[in-house]
Design a binder for this molecule. Structure first.
Ligand code: BGC
Length: 399
């Protein structure tokens, strides 16, 4: 009898498990600590069946960890971050992994005019406004989270209501960012939505710092990068676009073929950017498609690679020039150029350049944006002969 009961219980348990898989499980959450003002922060975990684990916390809707398998299946966390909220609140945090806005990157002198009214924002970067402001930029506020789990993917949607006038921006803005991971692929999708009750500029991105050898590895200079851009927006000496759109042809910004970052980065040492810190103008989206291939990054040491698809017209390649040896997760040191950002976005300072795609969101409209980060592995050329069934480094090879 007891055997019968336990058999029955076991089959019920198996059925429940199958139905949980079919219905999809929601991401789990756990406490991550408290902000200085005592607000509780939660962190959510998304997983694929292929080894990707992403953690995102409610402060700043910030990607805090991104674990990825290498060519041998060894998992490492490949983005910079901190072990606790205090780290993220410290001066050493240079926007690690956060949702950046209301307007990412720079607005010249923190000023813009909209519908005949001039607005003044905080100056927090030399003469300019950077990444949405000082106290209540989107990276510093605590968002509310809602999880979901479907048959094919699961995710978490973070929402924040930014009141009219916050950080100097007009309009009550409701903004949400959804992180999701499909069950059977190492992809991370980040999509944004926003609505407003007054015209206001909006430009949102994620500010993850990647090192595909694992966060805390010495450098990203040996990573090879490809950017699907024929042109870029040159900067003035304060890193504000001049308004021109110039061809990458014959410049150190030509990444139309995979090129090691080390190859030309030194040519920027004496320039205002002190490294790569440029907005690339992506090729237009193919007809009928919501996203375009934006960039790919390869690390021959680990065999990890990333492809970025986006609905955005631009991507900022920032080579971690201001990283200063701060000590982050697990006591690892983040040295100069030990990680890089690839920030999908509208062009910097668009609100002051009529020839750039507009960043103005009006009442009754919905802002939408999506980027998908696709992770996989490849067999670096020197090992290519040894491994079977894995793609070798052949197409679009490094220069
Ligand atoms: C900017 C850099 C800036 C960095 C801050 C990047 O998006 O382009 O100029 O220093 O963010 O962490």
């Amino acid at each position: 009898m007891s055997l019968k009961v336990s058999k029955y219980a076991a089959s019920i348990a198996a059925l429940l498990m199958l139905s949980a898989i079919a219905n999809g499980q929601k991401p789990e959450s756990e406490p991550f600590g408290k902000t200085k003002d005592g607000t509780a922060v939660e962190v959510y975990t998304l997983k694929s069946s292929k080894g990707l684990v992403a953690k995102i916390m409610t402060r700043g809707a910030t990607l805090t960890e991104l674990h990825l398998p290498d060519k041998d299946g060894t998992i490492a966390d490949c983005i910079l971050g901190w072990d606790d909220v205090a780290g993220y609140e410290s001066e050493d945090n240079q926007y690690f992994g956060c949702t950046t806005g209301r307007v990412c990157n720079r607005i010249a002198k923190g000023k813009f005019t909209l519908d005949g009214k001039e607005y003044t924002l905080a100056i927090n970067n030399d003469l300019n406004h950077l990444h949405g402001g000082v106290e209540k930029s989107l990276d510093k506020v605590v968002w509310t989270a809602k999880t979901w789990g479907g048959e094919k993917a699961s995710g978490v949607t973070f929402t924040y209501k930014s009141p009219d006038g916050e950080e100097g921006y007009p309009g009550n803005l409701t903004v949400s960012v959804t992180y999701s991971v499909p069950r059977d692929k190492n992809n991370l999708s980040i999509s944004y939505k926003a609505t407003t009750d007054q015209a206001t500029p909006v430009n949102l991105t994620n500010h993850a710092y990647f090192n595909l050898s694992g966060a805390g590895s010495k450098t990203v200079l040996n990573h090879a990068l490809l950017v699907n851009a024929e042109s870029y927006t040159p900067n003035d000496e304060t890193l504000i676009p001049t308004g021109k759109i110039e061809s990458v042809e014959g410049t150190d910004l030509d990444f139309r073929k995979f090129t090691r970052i080390a190859k030309r980065v030194k040519n920027f040492d004496e320039k205002p950017e002190i490294g790569y810190d440029h907005n690339f103008v992506l090729k237009p989206k193919p007809e009928g498609k919501k996203m375009v291939f934006a960039a790919a990054l390869r690390d021959a040491k680990s065999g990890r690679q990333m492809r970025i698809m986006t609905s955005e017209p631009g991507i900022q390649f920032y080579s971690g020039n201001f990283l200063k040896g701060q000590v982050g997760k697990d006591g690892k040191t983040y040295a100069h150029r030990s990680a890089l950002c690839l920030e999908t976005q509208h062009f910097p300072d668009s609100i002051n350049h009529e020839n750039f795609p507009t960043t103005v969101l009006k009442p009754g409209e919905e802002f939408t944006s999506q980027s998908v980060y696709q992770f996989s592995t490849f067999v670096p050329r020197k090992n290519a002969g040894k491994a079977k069934g894995k793609k070798s480094e052949s197409k679009n090879d490094e220069k």
